[in-house]
Design a protein around this ligand. Structure first.
Ligand SMILES: *Cc1c(COP(=O)(O)O)cnc(C)c1O
Length: 400
């Protein structure tokens, strides 16, 4: 079997899915070298998503922390408020090119479902979103958002009725309706070609950041930092910087209540190699190799696995993975809001929290780029509840 990232990746799926992936791979490889396809993709990124977004020098955060210069890549300013739309636009354009009429996607927290429903509305495609029944209850507002964008939300009642079951249901439906249906996967996970394809549609983040830092500082950054759920915003930032060995690459996972507890989503810290969702990668598992339940305050980071390219980057020591607890992330959420007037997504707050530890240890001539993968409007209610319940001081002046 062909593995795209060292021994990681592959296509661990039944025969009918292999055929569907083959059709996708052929179409994708032709599209990605076709100038008119790339031109269309760039057109919608500019006119619809609002790229390029700024690489913002966080002067207040930098001086408060007293160390390295911190730049924020502002994916939160994209239409729909996060990086996920970059990928949704790319894959929908591919679906159109393949002559497909319907889009299906899986979603956990609902953010990928919303990005997909948004792009489907704009490109006039029929759209069905598979979501674990449990998640449809927890994420009612996102279910309604998808519906008001014209999508149909299918509540999956199998298994634990969460994201993993939604993935299985979406793949099953895809194979049954392959003639007219395109499966739009939300992160750099799953069987080949998805991890490579999603990276291709997210690498714009790092390409812009590289050009922007050259213009502002006339040099490379010392570190690139991003949060890791499946790993798409992180790979999107990292990709352009990987050839430069002097740039430190740091992925930040969710430690939930702590990696020493059972309540975390720290795949790299606690997981082992194995096959999950069609790929060979690292995931958190029990002694028998079954997926362990994961937990994080951040719905976008509580995925039990990680994209195979991240497993490879860790295995080859090109990237380092660290983890941040709920408590640290909430403090960073408040700290960034109050120092810069930017309310980050709680996912992105994990990356900010790590930067709050890293920056003070570095001299003032060092540079960190951190990916602000999304905005925090969606998290405001949950933060209010967390702050009340845990008696967190809402005014944050302390460094982490
Ligand atoms: C979904 C999401 C993530 C996690 O997904 P990745 O594929 O790891 O990027 C991170 N940040 C935000 C704002 C998200 O919506």
């Amino acid at each position: 079997m062909k593995h795209q990232f060292g021994r990681f990746g592959g296509q661990y799926v039944p025969e009918p899915v292999i055929e569907a992936l083959r059709e996708l791979e052929i179409a994708y490889e032709a599209a990605i070298v076709d100038e008119s396809f790339i031109k269309d993709y760039k057109y919608y990124l500019k006119e619809y998503v609002g790229r390029e977004n700024p690489l913002y020098f966080a002067a207040n955060l930098t001086s408060r922390l007293g160390g390295a210069k911190i730049y924020l890549k502002r994916e939160d300013l994209n239409h729909t408020g996060a990086h996920k739309i970059n990928n949704a636009i790319g894959q929908i354009l591919l679906a159109k090119r393949m002559g497909k009429k319907k889009i299906i996607a899986e979603t956990g927290a609902g953010q990928h479902g919303v990005a997909t429903a948004t792009a489907a509305a704009m490109f006039d495609m029929e759209c069905e979103i598979y979501m674990g029944e449990e998640d449809t209850v927890r994420q009612q507002l996102n279910v309604f958002r998808m519906e008001l964008l014209g999508a149909k939300v299918v509540a999956v009642k199998e298994g634990t009725r969460t994201l993993s079951d939604a993935v299985d249901a979406a793949i099953k439906t895809w194979v049954e309706r392959i003639d007219d249906t395109f499966y739009l996967l939300g992160s750099v996970v799953g069987p080949h070609p998805y991890p490579s394809m999603v990276r291709e549609f997210q690498k714009i983040i790092g390409e812009e950041a590289l050009a922007q830092i050259q213009e502002k500082e006339n040099r490379l950054p010392d570190y690139c930092v991003a949060c890791v759920g499946g790993g798409s915003n992180a790979i999107g930032l990292f990709h352009a910087f990987l050839p430069y060995e002097e740039v430190g690459i740091i992925g930040v996972e969710a430690a939930g209540l702590g990696v020493e507890t059972d309540m975390h989503a720290a795949t790299m810290a606690k997981g082992r190699e194995g096959v999950i969702h069609g790929m060979n990668t690292i995931f958190v598992q029990d002694d028998a190799g079954a997926i362990s339940p994961v937990y994080s305050i951040s719905a976008g980071l509580d995925y039990p696995g990680v994209g195979p390219e991240h497993a490879y980057l860790k295995d080859t020591d090109r990237a380092t993975y660290v983890s941040i607890t709920d408590e640290e992330a909430v403090k960073a959420f408040l700290y960034l809001s109050q120092t810069e007037g930017i309310i980050p997504a709680i996912e992105s707050a994990h990356a900010i929290a790590y930067v709050m530890k890293l920056a003070p240890t570095l001299s003032k001539d060092k540079i960190i780029i951190v990916n602000l993968s999304g905005r925090g409007d969606k998290d405001v209610q949950a933060m209010e509840a967390y702050i009340a319940e845990n008696e967190v001081n809402i005014v944050q002046k302390e460094k982490i």
